[in-house]
Ligand binder design. Sequence first.
Ligand SMILES: C[S@@+](CC[C@H](N)C(=O)[O-])C[C@H]1O[C@@H](n2cnc3c(N)ncnc32)[C@H](O)[C@@H]1O
Length: 271
Amino acid sequence: MRSMAPSNREGIEGKIHVADCVKFMLGRMAAGSVDLTVTSPPYDNLRDYQGYSFDFEGIADGLFRVTKRGGVVVWVVGDKINGGRTLTSFRQGLFFQEIGFQMHDVMIYQKKNTPFMRSNAYTNCYEFMFVLSKGSPGTFNPIKTETARSGFEMLTHNKLADGVNKKIRKELKKEKTKTNIWQYAVGLGGTTSDKIAFKHPAVFPERLAQDHILSWTNPGALVFDPMCGSGTTCKMAMLNGRRWLGIDISKEYAEVARQRIKEAGKQLQIW
Ligand SMILES: C[S@@+](CC[C@H](N)C(=O)[O-])C[C@H]1O[C@@H](n2cnc3c(N)ncnc32)[C@H](O)[C@@H]1O
């Protein structure tokens, strides 16, 4: 018999909630109910989130509780530069391991156009995407890219101890699995075309959220963002036929997220 994940309390899915996510996860979400979280925390208070506090350990524990066995959390994070790099992200990664997550992969989100320059170091163009899993990921649908060369080539066929390097004419593969460095253009038209999203200071690209949603879930899965900001993860989950649930502590950002999702819903004619 297939084991069913415990269900969430009535009526919390398909909504953006204004709440402290630590309290919300504990009080209103069932353990083992989430397939995938794609989220990004405030980085070392790098930006001003209207003075809201950030309890990292409470969030990490809450995420471990609500994630299904085989579920995945994608934690998109960068470090403040305070003289040197703070490495807060590394400390967070180690804490996730301590509480039972597997660090399934450390991926890079590379920004194609970045204004973040330093006078005494190379221009920073990336953030980490920690792919954390509870056990081994239950779903992996690898995104493929075209190979640079196609057609036929003489390829090594049978390299034996005699040192004779036999070759045979073989067809090159037309596509291969993407690497774990993902590049996205940022800013209006890159991150998103929704002007309203930029009322939030730290939106991540829609395609980043979508690529993770397609990789780690199948249609019908529950996708979660406990610090959803302008609602990018929830919007892309909805557009890709997943169930979704978002939380932000700021009423103002939650309103931005709701409006974005409502507009996107019109494309699907569900509003
Ligand atoms: C980096 S932003 C997320 C941006 C989002 N990924 C997007 O694409 O718009 C982090 C968000 O966490 C929210 N936040 C901070 N502490 C929170 C908490 N305890 N509970 C819920 N949200 C919180 C902030 O208001 C902010 O919008």
